[in-house]
Design a binder for this molecule. Structure first.
Ligand code: SAH
Length: 468
């Protein structure tokens, strides 16, 4: 019952970071716990199928536990695994992928160990929400499942320079009387400070604002004077009162249009609105695995890169004899992709980037280069629409390399592919977002396996015929 204190053993942890335990036939979700903990927990909320509780005392700590090294980790919605060792987090992430395939895809898939690198200071991007505090503008991170801002200008996941720039921006905006946006009333100007840093340490800042306040160019000048790392300052205007960060219009106030970075030895220009992997070291490992799984040959083939962003995967893995077609819904990202192809020596004759829904990809690719040999998909969390799966299967590529940031939709889609003869025997988790609950994974769905099945069934049929 609500407000009871129960003693409970934690037997599992969810990707949202909740420990799971059972007591009197009920399932309890309890934040900040680890598998192997015995905790006393206060029941906060009872729902039909499960309850939420809060730790009041760790009666017996799990061997996975460590002391959190972040002052705000219990409040902030960013890291959900700061209280357990990184090794145990990697094992957990492997188990998330295993469980999803077993429960959702009902498939017997070998899940490899989680590929990882360093768990600290890996992010090259921040998006700080701004708000009005008692003493002027504040910024930080959203609390778990809320839009309450937890103030924090230093974070173990990214370079301290981001906090310094945001802090200076908040103070200077106060001096210039540019108010921070207030979500409740919809009034004010500065909504988010979005920053991206390349490997050289150069930073592009995009301030998301509710209106083009006349003093924003002055603010940009002050920021530019103070931080030599800032190579460009843009504003994006978002007047809508919803949860989407960016609006449709982006303007450059000063400096560069794009940030240039190196990934897999290739050069990429990225606009503020284009997607770019936040963990460059791990992105390289992921792309290298995608290249292996694609099994491209020297003679070349046709590669279709769906959900291609600024073209990073396709351009990283395609050889000079390959034809490359990429499809992406964000216009600015496709403009980047076209330019990135040229920057990396790809000819227009062998490269096509199209702005549109992923479902048009196969058709566009066929019209220009013929049937794709390999299709790479890297969709957002919701996974692939049925229409996209149907067009992929209809094109009968040799292989589909599926990169996913949500293992539940990956497992769901793999089950659909399996019905059409595309199957996989292994999946590999990649820890692109250490200390958070997010896990990226990659699988290669192969048609050869389907042929094997066909061969097996033909063979069996022949045997039966013979036996008959
Ligand atoms: N492969 C890229 C980007 C992956 S993120 C990389 O590794 O950098 C997913 C991308 O899918 C985003 O760029 C997003 O803008 C794009 N996207 C979202 N919905 C889409 C749709 N319906 N059709 C095509 N692209 C879409």
């Amino acid at each position: 019952m609500k407000n009871d204190v129960i003693t409970i053993d934690i037997t599992d942890v969810t990707p949202e970071g909740y420990g799971v335990g059972r007591s009197d036939g009920r399932v309890y979700f309890i934040a900040d716990t680890a598998v192997g903990d015995r905790v006393d927990a206060l029941v906060l909320k009872e729902l039909k199928s499960h309850s939420f509780a809060k730790v009041v005392n760790v009666a017996q700590p799990s061997a996975d536990r460590i002391d959190s090294d972040c002052a705000v980790s219990k409040k902030c919605g960013g890291c959900v695994f700061r209280h357990i060792s990184y090794d145990s987090e990697l094992r957990l992430k492997q188990s998330f992928v295993k469980n999803a395939f077993a429960r959702i895809a009902k498939a017997d898939v070998t899940v490899n160990e989680t590929v990882h690198d360093v768990p600290e200071f890996y992010r090259n991007k921040v998006q700080y929400p701004f708000a009005r505090g008692d003493a002027g503008a504040t910024f930080g991170y959203y609390a778990r499942r809320s839009h309450r801002i937890i103030e924090c200008d230093s974070c173990m996941l990214q370079d301290a320079i981001f906090g310094e720039i945001a802090s200076f921006c908040a103070k200077t905006a106060d001096m210039l009387h540019i108010p921070a946006y207030d979500e409740a009333s919809g009034k004010g100007v500065i909504r988010h400070a979005v920053m991206r840093k390349n490997r050289k340490g150069q930073i592009l800042l995009c301030l998301v604002v509710a209106e083009k306040h006349k003093k924003l160019p002055l603010l940009a000048e002050e920021l530019d004077r103070r931080f030599e790392q800032l190579i460009g300052i843009h504003i994006n205007v978002n007047k809508k009162r919803d949860n989407v960060i960016f609006g449709d219009e982006t303007y450059r106030l000063l400096g560069e249009e794009v940030l240039t970075d190196i990934l897999c030895g290739r050069t990429f220009e990225i606009s503020p609105r284009a997607f770019y992997q936040v963990n460059a070291v791990m992105a390289e490992k992921l792309y290298n695995r995608a290249r292996e799984l694609a099994s491209l040959t020297e003679e070349g083939g046709v590669i279709l890169d769906l959900y291609c962003g600024a073209g990073t995967i396709g351009i990283s893995i395609a050889g000079e004899n390959d034809k490359l077609c990429g499809v992406e819904i964000i216009d600015a990202a496709i403009e980047n992709a076209k330019r990135n192809a040229l920057l990396n020596g790809r000819s227009e004759k062998d490269t096509l980037f199209v702005c549109g829904d992923a479902s048009v990809g196969v058709e566009e690719c066929k019209n220009r280069f013929g049937k794709p040999d390999v299709i790479i998909v890297d969709p957002p969390r919701k996974g692939l629409d049925r229409a996209v799966i149907d067009t992929i299967v209809g094109a009968s590529p040799e292989r589909v390399v599926y990169i996913s940031c949500d293992v539940a939709t990956l497992a769901r889609d793999c089950a659909i592919f399996a019905e059409s003869g595309y199957s996989t025997t292994e999946a590999t988790p990649f820890d692109l977002f250490p200390r958070t609950g997010h896990v990226e994974s990659v699988v290669c769905l192969s048609r050869e396996k389907a042929d094997d099945y066909t061969r097996v069934s033909i063979h069996t049929k022949n045997l039966q015929t013979k036996a008959n």
